[in-house]
Structure formats: structure tokens, C-alpha cells
Design a protein around this ligand. Structure first.
Ligand SMILES: Cc1ncc(COP(=O)(O)O)c(C=O)c1O
Length: 401
């Protein structure tokens, strides 16, 4: 048996670990969550500053989402997209309104699938010979072959060559580099408002406005990947709303289901019109259980003005973190934050934090990422930063001046 299944307490009698080795062995097994808190199988309590990688925006076990899921499970789980149901279209209407209107939605099951829809839409919209998608170095767009190639991290590509043709990468936040890459074969530009997996690096307003202008001048689609940043995380409903631009295509996932797998690709109606029946599909996309979760999530977020709360909580978290001695820089938007460390490595700080009952992750070798529940209280922020300070004190002997 491998360490992986041992860590998950699988029976010793198993011949081999039943899970493929795509992740390292987990150090902790969580059995319960509530709001910003998690409990492991030994009953230890943790403050969750990661939300399952920016997914549980309303915290764990949100009662309204749980009730919506239970009610939908008792009513109707799935019939396929060959038939109508009465939940998904309501979610699409709400998303369209939050995005400024005039668009249409395709529901998927994950972020990569939402992006796959955007990539196919760009090709169908552009037509033969105009199919290239330009994205940025340091970006992350998913792990399917196409979204992996859109991901601007060449080290992740190598083992899977040859990847689908038609992807190009340019320096992040560099408008000249982008402009130089735009030839007549380009159908779309795909960017994150904040590069999340790439180290929590926000776009600048000038960059996003410049990209919008270039795309308009050349009839190229501006597609924004809001899989990590969407639904209040950055202190606006969508990250691009910080920059005063409106994209042609927006993808989202993570927080939309608060832990229930769902993704969505929104496009302006004149762009979405490039798709015809049969062009794209997925068995589960928009099915009642996932969209019931999304409907409940959006209702809570609207009622409680969650993006505003995230903006205020993000400012508090940033201020508290900035006062810690081993933190050199705090960057991000709203409640998507990275702390650049001084003299300590991120994996060791993340491990020490876990031992002190705080969940964060090492997003680069020198930076930890925090993406707590958007409903986190001021007291929980203070407690989490206190735990982080204790974790860094625990590593005092390891500090490299
Ligand atoms: C910006 C962005 N796009 C796409 C993805 C892929 O989403 P998923 O893992 O749900 O396929 C992620 C995941 O972290 C992401 O952060």
C-alpha cells in the first residue's frame, strides 16, 4: 500500500492504492466543515483560509445551499439536456444580469470545461484559419489537453506533447507583447483578471483596457477566465469589473456551486450565436442538482451583498498580514490574496500553519495563498493571522536572513 491510501485510512488489505498518483499523499483528512471551520478525523479544529481552492465562497455546509440540494435531490436529479427543467434557465438569467446582460450561458461541470466551451466558441466564431487563442505566461486555464495548452506554463506541457495546435503565450500585463502576437490567425485573447494559480498576480487596469481596445480594433474576442475570481471573490461580482471593461466571453466555476461541481461559459448573444445545435454538449451540464446549488448560492450572495463584504474583509486581511515580520508583500484583489514571504519557504510555512490549525497553500516557493470564505468575520481573520504568526514563530530557526 502507498502513503496516499494510508493517509486516507484505506484498509491495509488493499493490494495497491486505489487512486492514481496525480496528487501527493494528503497530510490531513477532513471529516466536517461549518462556515470558515474544518475538523479532522482526530477532532482537531482548523480555520480554513483556502476554501477548497477558492470554491466554498459561502463557507462549508451553508444551510441554504444544503437545504436547496436536499430539496432538489428529493424532487428531480437529472433528465439530460434533451428535456427541459426549471432550475438552470433561472440561474442563467441571474448570471446574465450580473454580467451586464445581453448574453447566453452554457453550463458545464468544471472550470476546464467552461474554458473548453469558450475555446470551441472562439474557433467557431473565428472560422477556419482564424482559430488561435492568445493567453499569458503564468496563467492557468485547466488540465484538459486544450486548456492545458492555453495555460501559459510550459513545464506543465512537456509530458503531454503534442498538444492541440492553436495556442500562443505572451508576457503578462504587457500590452506591447500582446499586440505583437495579434496576427490574422488570432480568434481570441483569454486572460484571468488575477492570475490565481500563477501566484496571485492581478492585471492592471491599463492592461485590461488596452486589451479591450486592441480586440475591438481587430475584431478579436476578449475572453476572461473568472473560474477562480468570479462570484464575489475579488470584491466585485466578477474580477473584470474592477477594470471598467466588458468582455465578450466570461467563464466561471468554483464558487458558483459552493462545492457542487458546476461551471458556466457566458458569451454575448451575437458571439454565442456561432454555436448551432450539435456543436457542443455535456451530459450533466446545467442539470437540476448543480443548478439548484448555484441558484441558492446566487440568492445568498445577492441578498447579503457578498462582493462588498469580500472587499471589506480583503482589506482587513491585507492590513493584518502586512504587519507580520516575515511577510514582504501582500498582493491580490478582495479575498484572493498572496503573502510573499521573507526568509522562509512557502511549503514550510503552509505545513507549520496546518500544525497550528490554519489552512493555506503554497502557491509559489516563496508565497502562500489565502482565499477564505467570503463570509469570514473580522474575528476569524484576526484569529487566522494570529495562527499564521505563531506558525512563522515556530519556524524561527529556519529563517534565512
Ligand atoms: C483560472 C482558472 N481557470 C481554470 C481552472 C480549472 O478549473 P477546474 O479545476 O475546475 O477544471 C482553474 C482551477 O484552479 C483556475 O483557477
Amino acid at each position: 500500500m502507498t502513503d496516499h491510501s494510508t493517509a486516507m485510512h484505506a484498509p491495509e488489505s488493499l493490494e495497491r492504492c486505489p487512486l492514481m498518483p496525480t496528487y501527493g499523499p494528503p497530510t490531513t483528512m477532513f471529516v466536517r466543515g461549518e462556515g470558515s471551520w474544518l475538523w479532522d478525523d482526530d477532532g482537531h479544529e482548523y480555520l480554513d483560509f483556502l476554501s477548497g481552492l477558492a470554491v466554498t465562497g459561502l463557507g462549508h455546509a451553508h444551510p441554504e445551499v444544503a437545504e436547496a440540494l436536499a430539496e432538489q435531490a428529493r424532487t428531480l436529479l437529472h433528465v439530460s439536456n434533451l428535456f427541459g427543467t426549471d432550475v438552470g434557465w433561472r440561474v442563467a438569467v441571474t448570471l446574465d444580469r450580473l454580467l451586464g446582460g445581453g448574453g447566453q450561458v452554457f453550463f458545464a461541470n468544471s472550470g476546464a470545461e467552461a474554458n473548453e466551451c469558450a475555446l470551441k466558441l472562439a474557433r467557431k466564431f473565428g472560422g477556419r484559419g482564424r482559430h488561435v487563442v492568445v493567453s499569458a505566461f503564468g496563467s492557468f486555464h485547466g488540465r484538459t489537453l486544450a486548456t492545458l495548452h492555453a495555460t501559459g506554463q510550459p513545464t506543465k506541457h512537456e509530458a503531454f506533447q503534442p498538444l492541440p495546435e492553436g495556442f500562443r503565450h505572451v508576457a503578462w500585463n504587457d500590452l506591447d507583447a500582446l499586440e505583437a502576437s495579434l496576427d490574422p490567425s488570432v480568434a481570441a485573447v483569454l486572460l484571468e483578471p488575477v492570475q490565481g494559480e500563477g501566484g496571485v498576480n492581478p492585471a492592471t487596469t491599463e492592461y485590461f483596457q488596452g486589451v479591450r481596445r486592441l480586440c475591438d480594433e481587430r475584431g478579436i474576442l476578449f475572453m476572461v477566465d473568472e473560474v477562480q475570481t468570479g462570484l464575489g471573490r475579488t470584491g466585485e461580482w466578477f474580477g473584470f469589473q474592477h477594470f471598467g471593461v466588458v468582455p465578450d466571453v466570461v467563464t466561471m466555476a468554483k464558487a458558483l456551486g459552493n462545492g457542487v461541481p458546476i461551471g458556466a461559459c457566458w458569451a454575448k448573444a451575437e458571439v454565442a450565436a456561432a454555436f448551432e445545435p450539435g456543436d457542443h454538449a455535456t451530459t450533466y451540464g446545467g442539470q437540476p442538482l448543480a443548478t439548484a446549488a448555484a441558484r441558492a448560492v446566487l440568492a445568498v450572495m445577492e441578498r447579503e451583498a457578498v462582493p462588498d463584504r469580500a472587499r471589506a474583509a480583503g482589506a482587513k486581511l491585507t492590513a493584518e498580514l502586512s504587519s507580520l515580520p516575515n511577510i514582504e508583500e501582500v498582493r491580490g484583489l478582495g479575498l484572493l490574496v498572496a503573502a510573499e514571504l521573507h526568509g522562509l519557504t512557502a511549503p514550510s510555512v503552509a505545513a507549520a500553519a496546518l500544525a497550528r490549525g490554519l489552512v493555506v497553500n503554497a502557491i509559489t516557493p516563496t508565497a502562500i495563498r489565502m482565499a477564505p470564505s467570503l463570509l469570514i468575520s473580522d474575528e476569524e481573520i484576526e484569529e487566522g493571522v494570529h495562527r499564521l504568526a505563531m506558525a512563522m514563530d515556530d519556524l524561527a530557526d529556519e529563517v534565512v536572513p
